[in-house]
Ligand binder design. Structure first.
Ligand code: ADP
Ligand code: MG
Length: 214
């Protein structure tokens, strides 16, 4: 299934990032990575659909890291996830992908976790925030999270977030992001609400679907 086109080395990634991917044991891109990384690294908005376990986190993770300036200590990427468990997994994967770069700080902000620690983390600053829509909204309303420097917004597991009734929170968060940004939407399925999200919050998104192959 995989051929030379699935080699990470074909992507405009730094030598350190390529070496880190090799160390992580990522020898080849998965099909969703091979389909979504080239347009994502060109700055396109994407609606990417592929089943669970297909490597979607690295697809958006490498794209948001490519947009990031480590020397600018401000929140440049926000990843919205449906649950705390998924947000923790995304944070872990982004930290692994980022470990070859300069110190990149990732903060997780989810409901059901005490505010105090989250407020302290935000005061120390972060490059990347991963969290659930409700809690991210709380921080925006309190003024403890500033998205002025944001350049990448990721909606991960968008189908599940819609199932859980997060449309309005996602909409409110997206409205607080700078208009000039890249928006990447990842989903395992393609329910009707996704088109509404795309129409309201994405710019000419490229649609990518990778069918289950085995
Ligand atoms: P999804 O979000 O599509 O459900 P994940 O991003 O959680 O999938 O990835 C599933 C697993 O595959 C993770 O353990 C991840 O580390 C691993 N993985 C991702 N990309 C690659 C790759 N190119 N080569 C090998 N393993 C990978
Ligand atoms: Mg995932």
């Amino acid at each position: 299934m995989t051929g030379p086109a699935a080699d990470f080395a074909q992507l405009p990634l730094s030598p350190q990032t390529l070496a880190n991917l090799a160390q992580l044991g990522y020898a080849q891109m998965t099909p969703i990575q091979a389909a979504s990384l080239p347009p994502a690294l060109l700055g396109r908005d994407l609606i990417a659909q592929a089943k669970t376990g297909s490597g979607k986190t690295a697809a958006f993770g490498l794209a948001l890291l490519a947009n990031l300036n480590p020397r600018r200590f401000a929140v440049q990427a926000l990843v919205l996830c449906p649950t705390r468990e998924l947000a923790d997994q995304v944070t872990t994967e982004i930290r692994r992908l980022a470990r070859a770069e300069e110190n990149i700080k990732v903060v997780t902000l989810c409901g059901g976790v005490a505010m105090r620690g989250q407020l302290a983390s935000l005061e120390h600053g972060a490059h990347i925030v991963v969290g659930t829509p409700g809690r991210i909204m709380d921080h925006l309303e309190r003024g403890s999270l500033d998205l002025e420097a944001l350049n990448t917004l990721v909606l991960d597991e968008a189908d599940r977030m819609l199932d859980m009734g997060f449309f309005d929170d996602i909409a409110k968060v997206a409205r607080q992001c700078p208009a000039k940004r890249q928006t990447l939407l990842f989903s395992a399925t393609y329910p009707e609400g996704i088109e509404r999200l795309a129409a309201q919050f994405m710019k000419d998104p490229q649609q990518i679907t990778v069918q289950a192959q085995h």
